[in-house]
Design a protein around this ligand. Structure first.
Ligand SMILES: [Zn+2]
Length: 120
């Protein structure tokens, strides 16, 4: 218990207290918890952008994230490619020209398209 709330000797502060109550301000515990949550969030972000072991310095991490942001255009190009590939293969499928290998490509194209569309 923080703020001397568990004090059994009716002390007004830590200097008077003789019962080993915890006089740490509650705010300190709240800030520690908040700090731990934020560190966890940074660790999650690092893992999400490909730095799971935290090798990048913080300024490098920010730069790295900016680069990922710039890759939106590339992602759009890949999405367009996947949609195009899917359509081409679908057209082949309608002509009955979709062998096992192409059918697999078709499935991959759809998966890729859906994955990219979901992460807009
Ligand atoms: Zn006390």
């Amino acid at each position: 218990m923080a703020d001397g709330k568990g004090c059994k000797c009716a002390a007004y502060d830590e200097s008077e207290c003789g019962c080993d109550a915890d006089w740490t301000p509650q705010e300190v515990y709240d800030l520690r918890e908040s700090n731990a949550r934020l560190l966890g969030l940074i660790a999650d972000i690092r893992a999400a952008v490909g730095d799971p072991t935290g090798k990048l310095m913080q300024d490098e991490l920010v730069e790295h994230c900016k680069q990922l942001r710039l890759n939106d255009d590339q992602r759009e190009a890949i999405l367009a490619g996947a949609v195009h590939l899917e359509r081409e293969l679908y057209a082949l499928a309608r002509k009955g020209d979709l062998g096992g290998e192409r059918r697999e490509l078709y499935t991959h194209a759809i998966t890729l398209r859906d994955l990219l569309a979901k992460h807009k």
